[in-house]
Design a protein around this ligand. Structure first.
Ligand code: HEM
Ligand SMILES: *[C@@H]1O[C@H](CO)[C@@H](O)[C@H](O)[C@H]1NC(C)=O
Length: 330
């Protein structure tokens, strides 16, 4: 009895210290971090993002996913941008290889900022601001970005494989993946709303169409059959490499709530989308998003700020990379 009480106390203290760490790392980010050292960050980034979006509107989806994949592996510290000569970095892992977009664009923004404020702006902060501006540029919500992240020194394909969600993840697995980074079921549902914009390679959905649960010929029976039929035409089984692309929702070049109405009509693209209707808490949020798009926009903004503060390096941790693709030394 006695030992179980002291054990519990011990767990409480550990929990408190962890909570305090998360709060203090958030507190160290600030909107005014570059006010004196690089006030040009806003116009420079905005101007370049406007050019990227004008050349290819869909790139906004690329940036949004890039920030997600950065923050979920070692926190938001730009490890996703590091190149590895032996192809063992995050970007070489299957969830990223061949589908990650926006990396070259971030490198170009970095080069432009090095011209105006050399050695000042971190790659992790650039990812965050570029994503905010790109989402706003395509008609999505906007939010306050906080700065002061520093760049990490390590990037591992193995860690990317372990920490990134897969399109076949069922609801409890998704909740666990988000939960261990301090994100709630609401964050999970609202951030999945990013799938209102952008595209997927067929390979991510072909298992669901032709080999559900590893059973050859089986289509996920929870999918609307008409929707599954359309996807089968776009992703034919005689092209097993699955390199075609399909839209993530019915209006994939518009940032809106069609993703959520699609879910209610059993037209979610991935198993990880469709599974969000299987839980009452999550379903209630989906219903509310459809009825109140402005609540979705508001909550999406808040969840992006939360996601953007996961595991950040601040103060003298890490470094400010001079080139986003490599560490300053070695
Ligand atoms: C909940 C778990 C999630 C899973 C399993 C998942 C999975 C995927 C997959 C498989 C793709 C297609 C990649 C390709 O083949 O090109 C994709 C695309 C995308 N994801 Fe997610 N995702 C999740 C959550 C998120 C979150 C939280 C965000 C951002 C807040 C996000 C933003 C995007 C965007 C914008 C695209 C389109 C990318 C493009 O157009 O290049 N996803 N996601
Ligand atoms: C938005 O956030 C509020 C406060 O957390 C919550 O009550 C509401 O259900 C959320 N709605 C959506 C659509 O996310």
């Amino acid at each position: 009895m006695k030992s179980s009480v002291s054990m519990r106390r011990c767990i409480c203290i550990v929990g408190f210290v962890l909570a305090a760490c998360v709060i203090s790392s958030r507190a160290q980010l600030s909107e005014s971090f570059y006010s004196n050292t690089c006030p040009q960050i806003f116009p420079v980034v905005q101007g370049m993002v406007d050019q990227f979006v004008a050349a290819d509107r869909s790139i906004a989806g690329g940036f949004l996913r890039l920030q997600f994949h950065d923050c979920f592996v070692r926190g938001c510290e730009a490890s996703v941008l590091l190149r590895s000569p032996i192809r063992a970095a995050e970007m070489d892992a299957p969830p990223n290889a061949g589908s990650l977009r926006g990396v070259d664009e971030i490198d170009r923004v970095k080069a432009a900022l090095e011209q105006v404020c050399p050695g000042v702006v971190s790659c992790a902060d650039i990812i965050t601001l570029v994503t905010r501006d790109a989402v706003a540029a395509v008609g999505g919500p906007s939010w306050q970005v906080l700065f002061g992240r520093r760049d990490g020194l390590v990037s591992s394909a193995i860690e990317a494989n372990l920490n990134l969600a897969t399109p076949a993840d069922p609801f409890p697995v998704l909740v666990q993946r988000f939960g261990r980074l301090g994100l709630s079921v609401q964050d999970l549902v609202v951030l999945s709303g990013a799938h209102t914009f952008g595209r997927s390679h067929c390979i991510r959905v072909m298992g669901r169409l032709y080999n559900f649960l590893g059973l050859p010929g089986l289509t996920d029976p929870t999918m609307d059959p008409t929707f599954a039929g359309t996807l089968k035409i776009m992703c034919p089984s005689n092209q097993p490499q699955g390199t075609n692309v399909v839209p993530l929702d019915s209006t994939s070049d518009t940032f809106d709530t069609a993703y959520f109405s699609d879910l209610l009509a059993n037209r979610g693209l991935f198993g990880s989308d469709s599974t969000l209707v299987s839980n009452p808490t999550s379903l209630a949020i989906i219903n509310e998003a459809v009825l109140q798009p402005e609540a979705f926009f508001r909550n999406f903004s808040a969840s992006m700020v939360r996601m953007g503060s996961i595991g950040v390096l601040t103060g003298s941790a890490g470094e400010v990379r001079l080139n986003c693709g490599r560490r300053n030394q070695g």
